[in-house]
Design a protein around this ligand. Structure first.
Ligand code: NAD
Length: 495
């Protein structure tokens, strides 16, 4: 059985904690590996390796760091298919989707390659007579990343490329459900010339997370995962004096106005609702159909669902793979099974489709007459279930989104430019799509929802990511002539 290990100080280290977790191929239900779950001591040794590496990495020249990032970028690009194969084997998403994930991760490495530009300070000559003022950004030291199962390659790439480029050293605690892909990243960083100890991986669970949150040498924590854990990580990390960015779950609404192109909106809803089996924090899970849009839209979506090919992600014919675990598949199915008792109408029941073998498959479902207060509306389902809420006005659609505790992504489908612009102004969500159902920002903007989709005030990656991983220093400098020096006890004034 394959054993998935830590990477500490540039070396692969097997856990000796005696605690392990099983990694599955979700398409077959088979256990393919075991992952050793870190003890407190193992986390401590990863942090110690990172701390030691920071001694030299933190002052390594911009030129040398840039060269390593460029080499890493090229290696990831060259090995994109290897990343995708590992992703599909442990996460289950179809290979084309896995490749998409790698390419969106690659964008973040490309952004980090521009570190020379991103880390530039500013300079004000003669801010006061004979005085210059300038700012610099310096790395924090050891920073940690804790990541979810659903984007096992990309979400870590939201973090470590910027963190490392900025001169920090990094300890990654990936999801224990699909951890292999980051070992390939570690291998390629090593090949790119990154010194050992700059990028470390501790495999683990709550024990590892809790140790990172309290370790005095961890300066900052980036977290992406579900809302309850994001809240916990933010509270615990900040209580321990750390800088924390914690991105949580989501319930993303797609508003369809009556004037929208229904075919285009249906294509978008199906793609964004069922892509990656709905296991995306930017998946559309609620369609808010305004007025007369509802009936034709539901008709168009239900016509498209039977054509979707659900199967093993390694089969090029598959469009949607399995869910991550059997437990998660059963939980998602329960929202569909319980929907009628809550008053929703099941238009397409994915739980009826049976699959050969023991994979964690669940076919797409479509619910109508969903309303707030139903579990299928109030909870994050994180599976291939689309719910349609009918409202009679645009204002009610916007209010529903504002009243929802999450505020990650949202989208509007319309042919009316004025309505779309008004939506962009009115809507309570951090990332907005106009006829774009999954508006994940490009890497040179930053990613962050509102409300319970984020804790802390720092979105991930892009300019905000670079700021998160650096601290600002402002220098006020004077080179006076000692001959004119005198004592002045007054508060310094700019003249
Ligand atoms: P999760 O919260 O269960 O796990 C995330 C990480 O936290 C993992 O590394 C896990 O090991 C760790 N963890 C789990 N339970 C813990 C506990 N009790 N104490 C400390 N650490 C713990 O999330 P998941 O199921 O892996 O991922 C899916 C969730 O992530 C969904 O809610 C999804 O919306 C969210 N997500 C959000 C974003 C975003 O950008 N906002 C992106 C991707 C995923």
């Amino acid at each position: 059985m394959k054993q998935i290990n830590h990477i500490i100080g540039g070396n692969e280290i097997a856990s000796t904690s005696g605690r392990t977790s099983e990694v599955y191929n979700p398409a077959t239900g088979e256990v393919t590996a075991t992952v050793g779950l870190a003890s407190v001591e193992e986390v401590d040794s990863a942090v110690a390796a990172a701390k030691e590496a920071f001694e030299t990495w933190g002052t390594t020249s911009i030129a040398k760091r840039t060269a390593i990032m460029y080499r890493f970028r090229d290696l990831v690009d060259k090995h994109a298919k290897d990343f995708a194969a590992l992703l599909t084997a442990e996460h289950g998403k179809v290979l084309s989707d896995s490749l998409g994930e790698v390419n969106r991760g690659l964008e973040n490495i490309e952004y980090a390659c521009g570190l020379a530009e991103h880390l530039k300070g500013s300079f004000s000559q003669e801010a006061s007579t004979g005085i210059d003022v300038y700012s610099v950004r310096q790395p924090l030291g050891v920073v940690a990343g804790i990541t979810p199962f659903n984007f096992p390659a990309m979400v870590p790439m939201w973090m470590y490329p910027n963190a490392i480029a900025a001169g920090n050293t990094f300890v990654l605690k990936p999801s224990e459900k699909d951890p292999s892909v980051n070992l390939l990243a570690a291998e390629l960083l090593d090949k790119a010339g990154l010194p050992g100890g700059v990028f470390n991986i501790v495999q683990g669970d709550k024990v590892a997370v809790d140790r990172l949150l309290e370790h005095p040498d961890v300066m900052a924590v980036s977290f992406v995962g579900s809302t309850p854990i994001a809240r916990y990580v933010y509270t615990t990390g900040t209580d321990n004096g750390k800088r924390v960015q914690a991105l949580g779950g989501a319930k993303n609404h797609m508003v369809v106005l009556p004037d929208a192109d229904i075919g285009l909106a249906a294509d978008a809803a199906v793609s964004a609702g069922y892509g990656s089996a709905g296991e995306r924090c930017m998946a559309i899970s609620v369609i808010v159909a305004v007025g007369s849009a509802a009936d034709p839209l539901i008709e168009a979506i239900s016509q498209r669902i039977p054509d979707l090919a659900v199967g093993d992600g390694t089969d090029p014919a598959s469009q949607m793979g399995p869910l991550i675990t059997k437990e998660h598949r059963d939980r998602v199915a329960s929202f569909v099974t319980n929907a009628p008792a809550e008053g929703a109408t099941v238009i397409v029941d994915g739980t009826e489709q049976k699959f050969d073998g023991d994979g964690f498959f669940l076919a797409p479902s479509l619910l109508d007459n969903v309303t707030p207060g139903m579990a299928c509306y109030d909870q994050e389902i994180f599976g291939p279930v689309l719910g349609v809420v009918r409202v009679d006005t645009y204002e009610k659609a916007v209010k529903m989104i504002a009243d929802n505790p999450w505020g990650n992504g949202t989208a509007i489908f319309t042919r009316d430019g004025g309505a779309a612009r008004q939506f962009q102004v009115d809507v309570d969500a951090g990332m907005v799509g106009i006829n774009v159902p999954v508006p994940v920002p490009v890497s040179y903007y930053s990613f962050g929802g509102w409300g319970d989709s984020i804790f802390g005030d720092s979105p991930a990656y892009g300019p905000d990511g670079m700021r998160f991983y650096t601290k600002a220093k402002v220098v006020t400098s004077r080179w006076p002539d000692p001959a004119t020096s005198s004592i002045d006890l007054g508060f310094p004034q700019n003249v």
